[in-house]
Design a protein around this ligand. Structure first.
Ligand code: 0PR
Length: 356
């Protein structure tokens, strides 16, 4: 085992192209440090951070166009997705199933396993859920239908109003996973928000494009009933119930969420989106010009089919890149991925393709 020195520096984000993490905004970093030892899981003791969490939920509500939001800052998208499944299961009776597109994040597999519910995965067409297949998969026992607003592999957005309609036909709840896409989508024409469809719950992660510190996931619900369905009694705390999955939680996520959103919403996030979109479009064009197959970016994420030996050579040259299940290299245009970095990457692609 490799020994990690306590004084070790984290590796830099230089050459990190396929991750959904990014350095936090300076205000978020500072807030995270200040609130590191507070526990929003015990609001009776840590009142300041509990009040900040309410502010975070209101701020997130504004981003997703939900006027009276309920929710909390979770440990990440995995917890938020699991809680959406759990709420739907708890609010249903009898046998239940959950229906999600194949493009849904693997956290739904974990959720289904932990909660012991059947997960039905529906095929996609061009990375978006196939509505006919979805219609065929749902039935009276479907407690939850999942749609994705910014898929992990290709950045695709499911047709959410149409998915909502189908969910409505069997009385199922609708969860939208905007863990990654949620901080880009307000600046697009996509229909994805609580104002666009009768969505019950949503995941939107401040610790991804929101530029908060890890761990900060976002779980939001349209009504209080959802949180009630998640709450357990907490007899020896001053507060009487707890809806989060984790008990002790770091206040760092909460405080840094508020700090990041205060610093960046909406102008800073808009600027970040415009830049990322333009860089992704530029990169896709450059790769197409070189004769590679590129999946047209919908959100700032480029997937390109490169020969395996080029992929291996890029990894060996220090590029932190990963592949989709179909084998394309994924470039996620996170805030630290600059045009300059992408130019260096292309230079390396050229070098390895021509072998010079
Ligand atoms: N939903 C979507 C759409 C996601 O993309 C992810 C994570 C999740 C939920 C789960 O979120 P948490 O990881 O916060 O629980 N997607 C990234 C992925 O699987 C996570 C990631 C982030 C992976 C940084 C690597 C990395 O370096 O690719």
């Amino acid at each position: 085992m490799q020994r990690v020195e306590s004084a070790a520096e984290p590796q830099s984000f230089d050459r990190v192209l396929s991750s959904m993490c990014t350095p936090p905004h300076p205000d978020a970093r500072e807030a995270a440090e200040r609130f590191l030892a507070t526990n929003p899981g015990d609001p009776g003791t840590y009142e300041t951070v509990a009040a900040l969490e309410q502010r975070a939920v209101e701020q997130l509500g504004r981003i997703v166009e939900l006027g009276d939001p309920y929710g909390y800052v979770a440990s990440g998208g995995t917890e938020a997705n699991l809680q959406a499944v759990r709420a739907a299961r708890n609010l249903a009776s009898g046998e239940v199933n959950v229906v999600a597109p194949e493009s849904a994040h693997f956290s739904f597999r974990k959720a289904a396993e932990v909660l012991d519910v059947e997960l039905r995965l529906v095929p996609t067409v061009d990375g978006r859920v196939d509505l006919d297949a979805l219609a065929a998969a749902i039935d009276a026992e479907t407690a939850l239908v999942v749609a994705v607003a910014g898929t992990t592999e290709y950045g695709r957005i499911d047709p959410i109003p149409a998915v909502a309609k189908l969910a409505g036909t069997v009385g199922a709840r609708l969860h939208v996973d905007a863990a990654w896409g949620g901080f880009f989508l307000p600046f697009t024409d996509h229909e994805w928000s609580f104002a666009d469809a009768p969505i019950d719950t949503m995941t939107i992660d401040p610790h991804k494009v929101g530029r908060a510190a890890v761990p900060a996931g976002g779980f939001l619900a349209r009504d209080e009933r959802t949180l009630d369905a998640l709450a357990v009694e907490t007899p020896y705390l001053e507060s009487t119930s707890q809806a989060s999955l984790t008990g002790t939680r770091s206040g760092a996520g909460v405080a840094s969420t508020v700090a990041a959103i205060e610093a960046l919403w909406p102008a800073g996030y808009r600027e970040g989106y415009e830049r990322a979109r333009s860089d992704a479009g530029w990169l896709a064009g450059e790769l197409v010009d070189r004769g590679f197959d590129v999946v047209e970016p919908e959100l700032p994420l480029v997937a390109v089919d490169l020969p395996e030996e080029v992929f291996d050579a890029l990894r060996a040259a220090g590029w932190r890149v990963s592949r989709t299940s179909a084998g394309e290299l994924r470039i996620v245009c996170m805030p630290h991925v600059t045009r300059d970095l992408l130019e260096q990457f292309l230079d390396d692609v050229d070098r390895h393709v021509t072998g010079s």
